[in-house]
Design a protein around this ligand. Structure first.
Ligand SMILES: [Fe+2]
Length: 203
């Protein structure tokens, strides 16, 4: 039986439209958007990049949301009972909207590794969860960003569930252009919503 192609209707090809007004001034800065009034513990980092379509064209007005554990490897969530301290100055979630050149930028704390009970001595590599809402429901993306050179990557079943050739699409690279002298190291993480080099997604 040949596959039946279902034409994409208005429901698939449209979606919510986000603009710069959709986010607050500090929503992209996880070192400032918590209820505490001090700087969170840990290594401050900048994570930035562009969101592109399959042809490499930048996509503006994409809503990016991120969530992550704190520097000690603990999420600010009731389900996370890892024996590591919470940080009252770190919520671990933020969001921003890509500008007219498809660029985004977050300021955050380098996430710690954490145990996850999948098997004996199982630890997740440092990672940041990303969710993107594109201009249509066809461009929703949920994925995880990792750090180049993390020795836990080769031991991680989630990272290794991605086809080998595509794994590097999930790994942020140190960038001295994004880094800010005397303030924070920067990491570049570009995201491709569709196409042959699409960023591997969870859903
Ligand atoms: Fe996680």
């Amino acid at each position: 039986m040949p596959l039946v192609i279902i034409p994409q209707g208005l429901t698939e090809m449209t979606g919510p439209i986000f603009g710069q007004d959709a986010v607050g001034k500090y929503d992209h800065d996880l070192t400032k958007n918590a209820v505490g009034s001090r700087e969170p513990h840990g290594e401050r980092i900048i994570v930035a990049g562009t969101v592109q379509d399959e042809d490499g064209n930048p996509i503006p007005d994409i809503l990016l949301e991120i969530w992550q554990p704190n520097a000690a490897g603990r999420y600010n969530h009731a389900d996370d009972q890892h024996d590591a301290p919470l940080d009252p100055n770190f919520l671990g979630a933020g969001r921003c909207v890509t500008d007219h050149r498809g660029r985004y930028r977050f300021i955050t704390i380098k996430p710690g590794a954490y145990p996850w009970g999948n098997h004996y001595n199982a630890w997740r590599p440092s990672h940041i969860h990303f969710s993107l809402f594109g201009p249509s429901i066809m461009t929703r993306l949920v994925t995880q960003m990792y750090f180049l050179g993390d020795p836990l990557l080769e031991l991680d079943p989630i990272y290794n569930s991605v086809p080998e050739a595509a794994r590097n699409l999930l790994v942020a690279k140190l960038s001295m252009q994004i880094s800010k002298s005397d303030w924070a190291l920067g990491y570049e993480f570009n995201i491709h919503l569709r196409g042959r080099n699409a960023t591997p997604m969870e859903s």
